[in-house]
Design a protein around this ligand. Structure first.
Ligand code: C5P
Length: 222
């Protein structure tokens, strides 16, 4: 069987990471959570009190920061310069800032480069906003995963609750809406569906069913 590459893009809370994890486990593929990388970079910016308007400082950070993902069956662990930040990067403070940081070209250059290197061998599934359009324009399978705003807010709320973070449904819905707006309207690599991506709306189906659908589509490409 050919080891293919799978791209999943879509707005916040569509269940991209849960679905990608399920698919990765089923196919024994490497799961790469690119949103976690933007969150990790944002965490470092905040932790070091860097002003994102200070291009030189952001550039210097992009040149030196080491971001590492360690996928295991349950979750994708994230390390910044060796320090684990898996839970810290899901905090509301990071969620509030991440789309501003992700709009910076120097940050995207660094992380896209890293994502390409990690994907080189195939047998990978990446989720994000620009995977099918920029990171892996030649991905074997591209999915644009979306759901109603309501379904997405509820899902993200449940996910955060399970991780032990307390945020109201309204706060989460507001953050999702703000990020979608910024992510879709930024100048560099905005969120958009690639022309050759399959549109999947999972408002009415479970994450397991969504993953099952994608596994079937993937098997056809192998
Ligand atoms: O996937 P997640 O919602 O955790 O991503 C957090 C943020 O990172 C997004 O709102 C977006 O601003 C940014 N992001 C991006 N490009 C990606 C993945 C995430 O700009 N490929």
């Amino acid at each position: 069987l050919k080891k293919i590459s799978i791209a999943i893009d879509g707005p916040a809370g569509a269940g991209k990471s849960s679905v990608a994890k399920l698919v990765a486990n089923r196919l024994n593929y490497l799961y790469i959570d690119t949103g976690a990388m933007y969150r990790a970079f944002t965490w470092a910016v905040m932790h070091r009190n860097i002003d994102i308007a200070d291009e030189k400082a952001v550039q210097a950070l992009a040149e030196t920061l080491e971001i590492r993902l360690e996928a295991d069956v349950e979750l994708c662990r994230v390390y910044v310069d060796g320090q684990e930040v898996t839970n810290d990067i899901r905090m509301p403070e990071v969620s509030a800032q991440v789309s501003s940081v992700a709009a910076l070209a120097v940050v995207r250059e660094k992380l896209v480069q890293l994502q390409k290197e990690m994907s080189m061998a195939g047998g990978v599934i990446l989720d994000g906003r620009d995977i099918g359009t920029v990171v892996l324009p030649k991905a074997d399978l591209k999915i644009f995963l979306t759901a109603s705003a309501d379904a997405r807010a509820k899902r993200r709320w449940l996910e955060l609750k399970n991780r032990g973070t307390v945020e109201s449904l309204q706060q989460i819905a507001d953050n999702i809406q703000a990020r979608d707006k910024m992510d879709s309207h930024r100048a560099v690599s905005p969120l958009r569906q690639a022309e050759d991506a399959v549109l999947v709306d999972n408002s009415e189906i479970s994450l397991q069913e969504t993953a099952e659908m994608i596994v079937k589509m993937a098997e056809e490409k192998m």
